[in-house]
Design a protein around this ligand. Structure first.
Ligand SMILES: [Zn+2]
Length: 220
């Protein structure tokens, strides 16, 4: 009989303990309760993570604003090619254009190609067998492909690549140019004034032109 009472007492104690524990857990304000606390802790981590993400996103933007240059403002697609040296999709823009005029640099307005040098190469991009003298700089492509990159002499904007020895024209040269890097000014229309690179910007190209000097055009 005593044993039963003790067992019963213990049972009641267990229930009482269980109930009080449950009540603590259910009571949010006082119980900086373990579960509630950890959840809110996670929540604040998430929020701080979001804040981090926001600040990370805003940082590059503010940096790019600081890197303002004197040249024409570029859209993202233009900058992807002209600044970040990408390649546009085939058969865009001026690929098959036969309009007579002058092609200028999209970034700085420097006259780069005359339509007289344009020819059909079926390569998918506008092709020229000659540039306006002194307007285009050649340099080994940094991608290690062995190709020769062509950039605007004035602003260093990426134009495309130049290939030799394909026997496509008498000049045996093909400037493969992204349409998005250039702008056609039809004959008779005024060519906008070239935006000259400032001294600081000119200092950099001077070095790379020395690097590119060993690359010479066969037949030129
Ligand atoms: Zn340019």
């Amino acid at each position: 009989m005593k044993l039963r009472l003790v067992t019963l007492f213990c049972f009641v104690l267990l229930i009482a303990f269980g109930v009080s524990t449950t009540l603590r857990a259910l009571d949010p304000p006082k119980s900086s309760g373990s579960s509630a606390a950890s959840k809110s802790g996670e929540g604040s981590k998430d929020e701080s993570a979001k804040d981090d993400a926001k600040s990370k996103k805003s940082t590059p933007l503010s940096k790019s604003k600081k890197m303002s240059d004197p040249f024409n403002k570029l859209t993202k697609d233009e900058a992807d090619v002209i600044i970040r040296k990408g390649t546009e999709a085939r058969n865009k823009g001026y690929t098959n254009s036969k309009v007579v005029g002058t092609y200028i640099c999209k970034r700085c307005n420097a006259p780069l190609y005359n339509s007289t040098g344009k020819f059909e190469s079926d390569c998918g991009w506008p092709a020229f067998d000659d540039e306006i003298k002194g307007s285009v700089k050649r340099q080994p492509d940094r991608d290690g492909s062995g190709r020769i990159e062509i950039v605007c002499q004035n602003c260093d904007g990426h134009l495309g690549h130049v290939f030799f020895g394909e026997q496509l024209t008498a000049k045996n040269t093909r400037h493969c140019v992204n349409s998005i890097s250039i702008k056609l000014i039809p004959r008779g229309k005024e060519i906008p004034e070239m935006i000259k690179a400032d001294d600081e910007a000119q200092a950099t190209p001077a070095k790379s032109s020395e690097e590119s000097s060993p690359v010479k055009t066969p037949g030129k």
